[in-house]
Structure formats: C-alpha cells, structure tokens
Design a protein. Structure first.
Length: 327
C-alpha cells in the first residue's frame, strides 16, 4: 500500500505480488525526507525507486527483517537504481545472526536513524534464527516481518527456526509494546494489512487470566491449612490471593490469534504439526539473499492485483511517516 505520511494527503494504491503476498514498507522523516524501506522485493525494485524519486525522498537504508526464502530481496537492485539517479548510497541492513551479507549488520537494541526519526531493532527469532523486527522511536508502529502476522505467525520448521523462541519473543517483546501500537506484517494471504498489539495479544491475556484463576484457587486452599502445614513463603500466598492490579483488565480479553491463543506448549505442538511444503523459491531465494541479492535476476512478474485505492489523510505529521505497500 503506497501510504507515505508527509505533510499533505498522498494517493496510494494497494498491490499484491501473487507469488508470495509480501509486504514492503517505506518510512520517511517529515522534516528531512530521509527514508528507509523494509523488505523490498527484487521484482518491484524499479517501481519502488520510481516512487521514492517521485516523492523526493532520500533512501538511506534498505532493511530486511530476515533472510527470506520465498522471494529475493531488492536491496542491491535499489542501491544500483538510486545511485544511477544521483541519490546518496543506500545501505542494506540485516541481522548479524542471519550470517548473511549486508552493509550494516545489526542486533537487538541497535537503532536505524533516518533524519530525526529512528527504528529500534528487537530480536524476534523463531521463524528463522535471524529474524528481527523494527519499532518506530515513539512505539506507534512496528514492522514484524514473518514473526507475527495478522492472526497468525511465520512457520518455524526451517532455517534454524524454533517455535519456542518465536512464542517467547512475541510474548515478551512484541506484546509488551503499547496496546495501540500498529503492527505491520511481512505477509498476509487474505489482503489484511495491519493489526495492533491489543488485537493480537488478547488471546494470550485470556490464557493468563485462566492461569491466575487456578493460582488463586490454590492459594485459598493453602491459606485454609494450619500455619504449621504451610511452606514458609508468605509473599507467595499474598500473590496467590491478590494478583497484581493490572490483572482485572484481562477479563476483557478475546481470542483472535488462533496459534498464539493456546499457550506455549500447545503453540509448539501446533507449529510442529503444520506439515507445510517448502517455499517454492527456497533453493533460489535463500542463497541469493545470503549475499544481499547480488547477481540475482528478476523473475517475470505477473501484473499486480489492485486491491484498493484511496487517499492517505495525515492525522499527525509529527508521528513520522507510516508507509505500507504490498509487494
């Protein structure tokens, strides 16, 4: 979705690359025009470069959330295209844990600056061992790649994936962001483009509420025992009978994400039993992406399907540039 938030409404159109339903995002600083692009696709590098030039943006970084297995990254192609048009050199970014090639290798806690804005890197491995997500400096939005989708998540059965790691990282790092934080996924196969932390984590919160109910019941039963028969953990009894004050808010929870709503052990079992076929482009995309897409040749891409067209109204220019485009 071409949805670049500047100082005035910008027309945007949503396109979907039928081969992988991959989403690409552009963000730009409203003060300087410095920009980043997240998960560019080789077949759409010319389109992206054209858009960046049309908007007068200065692309500083091309970010990959991981080493993709279903498409070839457009980072090297964009660097060449924008260099030929007189732009500043574009640097590719990848997690150091991916063991792939990039101009900038990052780890959790690093910051990618563009103009007066920045993206914070968080480790969200599990789909692959090198998955990272990018959180905008004001935590108003995050780009989760293949770690977390709308009502789903990425597979964990190849590229050193781990269902346990994925669950732990999503719950401890993504679901701890503000509930109103917008989450932009790396893919969606039904046309959905964005979700929120509140929508995706409420399923896990419902599970926690059930756990607290069990703990409180156990605490009441232990409290009824004679003092001599109790274990010497008075603070434990206190929390069993009086959970933290934030817990009542969990009573308003719903279950939206069918995989993450079952708890950690059940999630691991679900992921182990998916039985998915390998990505069609695995043998081509993986080696190409390990070398930053160098030497890769674009496949003959079918015309993108137009899903929607509208005008992007700027609600708060100071919030930076929220850009989403399905590639």
């Amino acid at each position: 979705m071409h949805a670049v938030t500047l100082r005035a409404p910008i027309p945007h159109t949503t396109h979907v690359l039928q081969a992988s339903s991959t989403y690409t995002y552009i963000l730009a600083c409203p003060e300087t025009g410095d920009a980043v692009i997240v998960d560019p696709v080789l077949e759409h590098a010319k389109r992206d470069a054209t858009l960046i030039n049309e908007l007068g943006l200065h692309l500083r970084y091309a970010l990959n959330t991981h080493v993709h297995a279903d498409h070839i990254t457009g980072t090297t192609a964009l660097r060449k295209l924008l260099a030929s048009s007189g732009g500043a050199p574009v640097q590719s970014v990848l997690a150091a844990a991916s063991k792939g090639k990039a101009d900038v290798l990052v780890a959790e806690g690093d910051s990618i600056k563009f103009g007066t804005r920045s993206l914070r890197v968080i480790k969200t491995s599990g789909h692959t061992n090198g998955c990272i997500s990018f959180v905008l400096d004001d935590s108003s939005m995050a780009f989760t790649g293949d770690a977390l989708f709308v009502r789903g998540c990425g597979r964990t059965d190849f590229q050193e994936g781990s269902a346990a790691d994925l669950y732990d990282n999503i719950v401890s790092k993504v679901f701890t962001l503000p509930e109103e934080c917008l989450l932009y996924p790396g893919h969606d196969y039904t046309g959905r483009t964005v979700t929120t932390v509140a929508e995706e984590k409420r399923c896990v919160a419902a599970m926690l509420l059930r756990c607290w109910a069990i703990v409180r019941l156990l605490g009441r039963r232990l409290a009824q025992r004679p003092a001599a028969a109790r274990l010497p953990f008075p603070r434990l009894y206190h929390y069993m009978l009086h959970p933290p004050a934030l817990q009542p808010s969990l009573r308003h929870c719903c279950r939206f994400n069918p995989r993450l709503s079952k708890g950690r052990d059940a999630f691991i079992k679900i992921m182990a039993e998916l039985g998915l076929a390998p990505p069609k482009m695995l043998d081509i995309a993986l080696p190409a992406n390990l070398v930053d897409g160098e030497g890769a040749v674009p496949a003959a891409a079918a015309a993108p399907a137009v899903v929607a067209a509208a005008a992007c109204t700027v609600a708060a220019p100071a919030a930076g540039v929220g850009a989403a485009r399905a590639s």
